[in-house]
Design a protein around this ligand. Structure first.
Ligand code: NAD
Length: 272
């Protein structure tokens, strides 16, 4: 994949060790980011949920990943074991990529107010927002020399997007959490940012009703009139996780072909 994406090789991440959470398959945003980081010399560990191990291992091995560790973010014992393993293997960390979200797909459709249950609301928040707080606290202890962490978010946190529903609320919490974590960890020289990516065809997107429409409309209404590319998201990740990003923290950066800043699309005006 690294070659397929024709990634520029370099040394921007040379000497840096970190954790990438959330690779499920070759379409995952975390995979695009990991490939980019590996091409720039990073030493990477992958965490995964058990069901994904068979897919994740060969992908990781193809870019030189040698540490694979299960991490179910709702389970404290699993997270304890994950970070104990990282400490044993790496000693310290320089970066973390958090690319994890989940919600019951039955609630990613139709009316938010009618379809959102307490159980799924809390579970979605736990997996998609709290897990970043928990990860950041654990990772910071392994970052005595400072570091950089990123998470992935979507415009549905700021504006209403059809069917995104409870996930929009989770992403709003995730973005606010990013700022609070950035404030707390700033004095330790740990930077914390979120990338707000445009819609990309992944397993997670498939769980949202009319997810493909989100891609098509994102393209149609974007300034660049094109899909958001995983390479573009990974490029932003590389900037934030390398020393190039040294003065940026607490930000939510849109990488969506300029979709977020359009108020009224040209097409809507044409219809008037
Ligand atoms: P993906 O399905 O490839 O990745 C989601 C990952 O979350 C998977 O690896 C899955 O195993 C992991 N995960 C789910 N529940 C977990 C749990 N309980 N414990 C540990 N891991 C768990 O999809 P993706 O689109 O690459 O998603 C990565 C991130 O990017 C998510 O936060 C998603 O919301 C965000 N994002 C995606 C898009 C898009 O259009 N695809 C746009 C903006 C932001």
């Amino acid at each position: 994949m690294a070659d397929e994406m024709n990634l520029p090789k370099g040394e921007l991440m040379k000497g840096k060790k970190g954790l990438v959470m959330g690779v499920a398959n070759h379409n995952s945003i975390a995979w695009g980011i990991a490939s980019q980081l590996a091409a720039q010399g990073a030493e990477i560990a992958f965490s995964y949920i058990d069901a994904m191990e068979k897919r994740v291992r060969p992908l990781g091995e193809s870019i030189g990943v040698r540490v694979f560790v299960p991490a179910e973010v709702t389970d404290d014992a699993s997270m304890d074991a994950c970070f104990a393993m990282l400490e044993k293997e790496f000693g310290t960390l320089d970066f973390v990529v958090h690319a994890i979200a989940f919600s019951d797909k039955n609630e990613l459709r139709g009316s938010f107010v009618d379809n959102t249950t307490r159980e799924n609301f809390l579970r979605s928040m736990d997996i998609s927002a709290f897990s970043f707080v928990d990860t950041a606290r654990r990772a910071a202890r392994l970052m005595p020399n400072g570091g950089s962490m990123i998470t992935l978010t979507y415009l549905g946190s700021e504006r209403v997007i059809p069917n995104y529903n409870v996930m929009g609320v989770c992403k709003a919490a995730l973005e606010a959490a990013t700022r609070y974590i950035a404030r707390d960890l700033g004095p330790k020289k740990i930077r914390v940012n979120a990338i707000s990516a445009g819609a990309i065809r992944t397993l997670s997107l498939a769980g949202i009703q009319d997810g493909r429409k989100m891609i098509a409309q994102g393209r149609q209404f974007s300034a660049l009139k094109e899909d958001t590319s995983v390479e573009g998201v990974a490029g932003c990740a590389l900037w934030l996780l390398s020393d190039l990003g040294r003065s940026t923290t607490g930000e939510v950066i849109h990488v969506d072909a300029g979709f977020h800043m359009i108020g009224l699309p040209d097409e809507a005006q044409d219809e008037g």
